[in-house]
Design a protein around this ligand. Structure first.
Ligand SMILES: Cc1cc2nc3c(=O)[nH]c(=O)nc-3n(C[C@H](O)[C@H](O)[C@H](O)COP(=O)(O)O)c2cc1C
Length: 192
């Protein structure tokens, strides 16, 4: 879907990000130059809205550092970790062998691992937004502790309905109080 106009706060160029993630997962992001070329093109058309770069969880060793460096050089405002996976963790479904991106619970471990790797690779130099298999307050907490400043839900909204956001926010507030924190920002990166 390249070229579709983007709009909405925090959604700048989301289609472009998806396209990049598709490329990265297909090629293992072997060609750093292509990523830089794309980010340079984004730089040329950017407005005052933030630009987020969304990445696949299916990356090779070293890709994370290269992506962080390119994102910093091109003033990307945050990394979204991660998109769906093309890998197939053990699935019981009869649809297990279908092609395409897998989301939700089976993606959870991969997305968390990718977040941790990006957290270490970036050393706090670029904000991280976590997505992938987040369905409970504890899932959200784990991502924040791993370095995310923001969490995003997709599949959980399909399975649990739109109220899931409020349930998770309530659960996070309870846990903050239970563990003696005064703000969620104190939790960011505590278990990176
Ligand atoms: C049906 C479907 C469509 C999606 N479309 C997009 C998209 O257009 N752009 C994008 O960046 N991510 C897209 N995603 C990825 C989600 O935003 C999210 O990163 C992924 O599903 C992992 O989160 P989850 O486990 O909470 O679903 C899509 C996911 C699904 C399942």
């Amino acid at each position: 879907m390249p070229g579709r106009p983007a709009n909405g706060a925090g959604c700048t160029l989301s289609d472009g990000q998806y396209q990049l993630a598709e490329h990265a997962r297909a090629e293992g992001l072997q060609e750093e130059g292509e990523l830089r070329e794309l980010l340079a093109a984004v730089d040329e058309v950017r407005t005052s809205k933030p630009v987020f770069l969304k990445v696949a969880p299916d990356l090779n060793t070293g890709d994370h550092e290269r992506i962080v460096r390119a994102a910093l050089d091109h003033h990307v405002d945050a990394l979204i970790v991660s998109n769906t996976t093309i890998s197939r963790p053990a699935l019981k479904s009869r649809h297990a062998n279908e092609t395409g991106g897998l989301s939700g619970e089976p993606l959870k471990g991969l997305a968390l691992a990718a977040l941790r790797t990006f957290s270490n690779a970036s050393g706090g130099e670029i904000p991280l937004i976590a997505v992938g298999g987040i369905a409970t307050a504890d899932d959200a907490w784990e991502r924040i502790a791993a370095g995310a400043s923001l969490v995003q839900l997709y599949s959980a909204m399909v399975f649990d309905g739109p109220d899931i956001g409020r349930v998770i926010a309530g659960g996070l507030a309870e846990r903050l109080q239970r563990e003696g924190y005064s703000s969620i920002s104190e939790v960011i990166g505590t278990a990176a």
